[in-house]
Design a protein around this ligand. Structure first.
Ligand SMILES: C[S@@+](CC[C@H](N)C(=O)[O-])C[C@H]1O[C@@H](n2cnc3c(N)ncnc32)[C@H](O)[C@@H]1O
Length: 248
């Protein structure tokens, strides 16, 4: 099945995003001038002050509120998040999940809350602060026992990972989606019925070579799901690619 093309031109979307980008930068600068900690640490403290320990939904709600009321967080967010949530629930509690891009652990908590004892989530981030905060956010949510937070460049960590994974969530540096997805497939890290979800492939992010490459593959069914950039009204989209049975 071919997926619909992302709507909206890159230039028009980027022009529409300018006021939002300026507001976001101004808010971030003002927070730092007022002596607030860097954004990951600030989000962690906010969640600790407001969420109920052991209650993932309250942790996610606190992080959503921080992003809306305080400072922007590049989480998958509360609009695209439910799609990811649904896919994990479809796979079941024994799902093995690989995530590229931890940030503050929002999507790690969103997905790992559905895992049972046999499930596992591995989340990779190049920023050690993300791995630290992600682990502590998962700790707060009570899902840390199912999660492993690895610090390192995705490409280097993928080279030593053991799979297979039922779900791969690409949400790190957009220019690395193609290279890392290729490596994941070449290393046999995706299960026979595995799914790859790629966030931020909407027009704001330009023409990502991963999208054309994946949509042209006959061993995957890909669907572009249109939505908005987290916590806002700028168009964004997710590419969901499910491996066809018997084509591994
Ligand atoms: C969009 S955020 C991830 C958001 C997270 N998945 C969520 O929805 O809650 C992107 C993250 O990717 C990380 N990143 C960027 N390049 C990377 C790379 N080459 N390897 C691993 N992580 C990378 C950044 O440090 C950042 O924390």
């Amino acid at each position: 099945m071919s997926a619909p093309a992302p709507r909206g031109s890159v230039l028009a979307t980027r022009l529409r995003a300018v006021p939002w980008a300026l507001r976001t930068v101004a808010r971030e600068v003002a927070s730092r001038l007022h002596g607030e900690p860097p954004v990951r640490e600030a989000a962690l403290r906010w969640a600790r002050d407001r969420a109920n320990p052991g209650d993932p939904a309250s942790v996610l709600a606190a992080l959503d509120r921080f992003a809306v009321e305080r400072r922007f967080l590049m989480n998958v967010g509360d609009e695209k998040g439910p799609l990811l949530d649904r896919i994990v629930r479809e796979i079941g509690p024994a799902a093995r999940i690989l995530e590229l891009g931890t940030f503050v652990g929002y999507s790690a908590v969103l997905m790992s809350r559905h895992l049972g004892a046999a499930g596992r989530l591995v989340s990779i981030d190049v920023d050690p602060e993300s791995s630290r905060v992600g682990r502590q956010v998962a700790d707060l949510a009570g899902t840390a026992d199912r999660c492993e937070f690895l610090h390192g460049k995705s490409t280097e960590v993928i080279a030593r990972l053991e799979g297979p994974f039922d779900l791969v969530f690409l949400d790190h540096w957009k220019g690395l989606y193609l290279r890392d997805a290729r490596a994941i497939l070449e290393r046999g890290l995706l299960a026979q019925r595995g799914t790859i979800v790629a966030d931020n492939v909407g027009p704001l992010f330009g023409d990502n070579a991963y999208v054309g490459w994946m949509r042209a593959r006959e061993d995957f069914d890909s669907e572009y799901v249109s939505g908005h950039l987290e916590y806002g009204t700028i168009e964004d989209g997710v590419l969901v690619s499910r491996r066809r049975p018997g084509r591994a």
